[in-house]
Every structure is written in structure tokens, then in C-alpha cells.
Design a protein around this ligand. Structure first.
Ligand code: ZN
Length: 262
């Protein structure tokens, strides 16, 4: 990957965008798309639509959702710990012990996800998957008053953002589902623009996928495409304990998977 392309991906991955709170990442998308087309709009729902040759035919829409799963502060307890709702579907086991960022009006506040220490649990509780109400976010304050100075009810929370580069051109980062899809559709539009297409091409960074596939639907109404291609992540099956007979053979680094719907 070219270093400038990688930088765009890194910017996408380090801007917060839980479902319903996507505008920081959409700003990254708008800046990138304005580099090759003047026709970049944000609709009322928050979707960013970049167009090339919008009067052309046929009308083709490429879509990637920019939102990520997250948490939402719902309560600050007397000790100053933050109690949270889920935005989207979490594997609870993944949340335990994670470093997080609370996105307040004044910027990010760092915290960690805690629960009762294993040493203090009964045997049967150690084996259970915890529920979200049994976890809390500790931002290190001395009590409720200090937490309330920093954090408001309704502030969104993400895992601590940041990209780790692994060997063989691989990365690990929160939000790869689906900033990589946004990255693909915006770069596809950029490359297609260079070829002066006859078709009308629209690349859309859609919102609120993780809470009901919403933004792709609302933006498709406005664009009214004859053809639509959505880019999202899937599961590689060359990982331990995944049955290729059941899920097919999807190998890391060997290209995309295709699915169709009519
Ligand atoms: Zn996704």
C-alpha cells in the first residue's frame, strides 16, 4: 500500500465514530473526497456522498459503513465510575480489561473497563460471561463530582483507538469493521474518476449500520442507483476452530468475498 493511502486508512481508524456519533470520521472522509471531486455532500442522516459525473448513466453506488460499535455513558455512580449502554453488538469477553476513550465535549478522556476482581468472586461466577451492568469504566477520578466535571450522560465511548501494524502488511485496530470498507469505496471512486467514466458514480460513507443497517437505506433513496455494491468485512476461516465445510474457505490476504442480494 502507498504511504499516502495508508495515512488515509490510519486517519479513518483513529477518528471516533460509534453509531450515531460518526461526524469526526465523516470529516476525514469529506477531506479525502474533496481532493478529487467537488461534489461531496452530507445528508440529514449523516451519510457522506461523494459523486463523480453525477448526471451520467447508469447510476452506480458504492457503500461502506463508517460507524463502529461502542458504548454510551448512561449513569455516573457515587464512586465516580461510569455505567454504560452498548451501541451495537459486543462480545462481552472482548470488553473485559480494555482501555477505552470517553468522547466528551472537551475531547477524549482515557479509562479502563473493570469488573469485580476474580479473587473476590464465587466459583460459579468465575465461569459466567458478565453482563454489561456488571462492568464499569474507571477514569481514575475520586468520586461522582469529579467524574461529572469531565463526562456527561450520553457521551459515547470507544475502545482506545490506534493502529498496530503487524507482520506481512497486516494491521490490528478497533473499527476495521468497517473503516476498511469506507477506505475501499473512496479509493475506488478516486481511481475511477481518473478514467472519466460515462456512468454516474457515488461512493457513500454510511452511518448507523451497527444498529440496523440504516444509513445505506436512507442514502440509497436519495441516490436511486441501478446498481449497488456494499463493502464490509467478513470472517477469514483460516483461523483456529473454524469449520470451512460450514463457512467456506476464506483465506486472509487472498482477495474479497462476494455475496449478492436481489
Ligand atoms: Zn460491518
Amino acid at each position: 500500500m502507498h504511504e499516502s493511502s495508508y495515512r488515509f486508512l490510519e486517519e479513518l481508524l483513529t477518528a471516533p465514530g460509534p453509531s450515531g456519533y460518526e461526524q469526526p470520521v465523516q470529516e476525514v472522509v469529506r477531506r479525502f473526497a474533496r481532493g478529487f471531486t467537488d461534489d461531496v455532500r452530507t445528508d440529514w442522516h449523516g451519510n457522506v456522498v461523494a459523486a463523480v459525473n453525477p448526471q451520467g448513466s447508469p447510476r452506480i453506488m458504492l457503500a461502506g459503513h463508517c460507524d463502529q460499535i461502542g458504548l454510551l455513558v448512561k449513569h455516573i455512580d457515587e464512586a465516580g465510575f461510569l455505567r454504560v449502554h452498548a451501541i451495537g453488538g459486543w462480545d462481552m469477553q472482548i470488553l473485559l480489561g480494555q482501555r477505552v476513550q470517553v468522547w466528551t465535549a472537551a475531547g477524549a478522556v482515557g479509562g479502563v473497563i473493570a469488573r469485580k476482581a476474580i479473587h473476590l468472586m464465587k466459583d460459579e461466577d468465575r465461569k459466567k460471561v458478565p453482563e454489561l451492568h456488571e462492568l464499569w469504566v474507571d477514569i481514575g477520578t475520586t468520586g461522582e463530582a469529579e467524574s461529572r466535571e469531565l463526562v456527561a450522560i450520553g457521551d459515547p465511548v470507544t475502545l482506545e483507538l490506534g493502529v498496530r501494524r503487524l507482520r506481512n502488511n497486516l494491521i490490528s485496530s478497533p473499527g476495521t469493521d468497517n473503516r476498511v470498507g469506507v477506505w475501499v469505496v473512496m479509493n475506488a471512486l478516486r481511481l475511477a474518476a481518473e478514467a472519466s467514466p460515462k456512468a454516474a458514480l457515488f461512493a457513500v460513507s454510511t452511518v448507523q449500520e451497527e444498529i440496523g443497517l440504516r444509513g445505506a437505506r436512507t442514502s440509497a433513496f436519495a441516490i436511486d442507483p441501478q446498481l449497488g455494491i456494499a463493502v464490509d468485512v467478513t470472517h477469514a476461516t483460516d483461523t483456529p476452530d473454524v469449520d470451512a465445510n460450514q463457512h467456506g474457505r476464506v483465506l486472509m490476504g487472498r482477495g474479497p468475498s462476494l455475496a449478492s442480494s436481489m
